[in-house]
Design a protein around this ligand. Structure first.
Ligand code: PMP
Length: 400
């Protein structure tokens, strides 16, 4: 007789994502994919990482291959503190951050340490799909705050904070996934002031902040918090090497108030004991060797050209059938179908038609925790070169 696995109730809150189903179709030969959230593997600094891994094994084999501290490998924490200082967050000591297995684990640890079933959490609409699913797994009731071309609308956000008194607010202020939006400096200031005024914890998830195409974005909430008294005590910042160096290394980090980091460290201990010491020692050697600035310059240049190719192609091929704000960084164009001239205005419907024409992208609706906008779509320009991008957008126009 078949056996029914006695799953935990918490799984009732989450289903496998619609996007995962779409990914099954990507194996079709010849398909041009704008669907993934990946950086381009052709951009990995393989030589630099090889040298860093060799240095880790030559100089510190015991540390690189042994169990390590749950908080993270101290030389890496020092390098990460210096990396953040180079971006304006000057006074974060290595002890004020913990290393996580990707920033995804930081999100999971926040769920574990902060969310009890029924707790309210405010996220952006749209926001990172894995965050929605992770927080729901811990029983959060998610409230969606509207976003425009300048990021989350702070007036609406403040109203929602007053109304719902959330456990915390989760934001991706810089080149968010999927919105690509960049929160303006003025709004960043407002978010931090709001945190203090309403005694609300803010989580800043920042895996894309280094991937800007022109001018640098405004300082992170973490960097700005130095100028807003009291805000640092109410702020968590999650960083990641995934988008700029390698997601396979699984190196992320979390800066936050000491008591929160202590509880998160305890939970991490029960989860994976620590992030791979070999990956941490390799990342530390990579940063120490001073390779990051050149790597960042290279990836910014390549993604900027691809973003530009996609923006131009969308404008010339789709015209007024699509509406979007050209991204200033990150990996995504977030767009809305206008339905002009009676054309398709449903992202999921267009995604199905597009697969038949040999191009894939992700419909936008699943990225909303509430009130999905079905006319939206997310197009990643990261993994196809400019010619393939132009060809892919031409196919998209046919599908439309
Ligand atoms: N946050 C956001 C907004 C992301 O887009 C991603 C990766 N897609 C992550 C966190 C997790 O990245 P990682 O675990 O590789 O650091």
């Amino acid at each position: 007789m078949s056996f029914a696995i006695p799953f935990a109730d918490r799984l009732n809150n989450v289903e496998t994502s619609a996007i995962r189903e779409l990914f099954k179709l990507l194996g079709k030969p010849g398909i041009i994919s704008f669907a993934g959230g990946f950086p381009d593997s052709a951009m990995f600094d393989v030589e630099g990482i090889r040298e860093a891994a060799n240095a880790a094994l030559n100089e510190e084999p015991g540390a690189a291959l042994q169990y390590g501290a749950t908080e993270g490998y101290l030389p890496l924490r020092e390098q990460l503190a210096a990396f953040m200082a180079s971006k304006g967050a000057a006074e974060v000591a290595p002890e004020q951050l913990i290393v996580t297995t990707g920033s995804q684990q930081a999100l999971d640890l926040l769920g574990k340490t902060l969310i009890s079933p029924g707790d309210k959490v405010i996220v952006e609409g749209p926001t990172f799909l894995a965050t929605i699913q992770c927080f729901k797994l811990y029983g959060a009731e998610l409230i969606s705050a509207p976003v425009d071309g300048n990021g989350v609308r702070t007036g609406e956000l403040e109203r929602l904070i007053e109304q719902h008194k959330p456990k915390f607010v989760y934001l991706i202020p810089t080149f968010g996934n999927p919105s690509g939006a960049m929160l303006s400096l003025e709004r960043r200031q407002k978010v931090l002031e709001m945190a203090v005024r309403h005694d609300t914890l803010i989580v800043e998830d920042d895996p894309y902040g280094d991937l800007y195409f022109g001018d640098a974005p405004p300082p992170s909430l973490l960097a700005l918090s130095a100028t807003v008294p009291g805000s640092r005590d109410r702020l968590v910042h999650c960083g990641s090497l995934s988008k700029v160096l390698s997601p396979g290394l699984r190196v992320g980090w979390m800066v936050g108030p000491a008591d929160l980091l202590a509880k998160a460290t305890m939970c991490k201990q029960f989860s994976d004991a620590h992030t791979s010491t070999f990956a941490q020692a390799t990342a530390a050697q990579y940063l120490k060797a001073g390779r990051m600035p050149a790597t960042l310059a290279r990836v910014r240049q390549v993604y900027a050209a691809r973003a530009e190719a996609m923006v131009q192609a969308l404008r010339s091929e789709l015209g007024d059938a699509i509406d979007f704000v050209p991204p200033q960084g990150g990996l995504f164009v977030w767009a809305r179908l206008t339905g002009a001239d009676g054309r398709v205005a449903d992202g999921a419907e267009l995604a199905r038609r597009a697969i038949d024409r040999g191009v894939a992208f992700v419909p936008g609706a699943p990225f909303f925790a509430a009130d999905p906008d079905h006319a939206t779509l997310r197009l990643s320009f990261a993994t196809a070169d400019e010619d393939r991008i132009r060809e892919g957008i031409a196919r998209l126009a046919q599908a439309l």
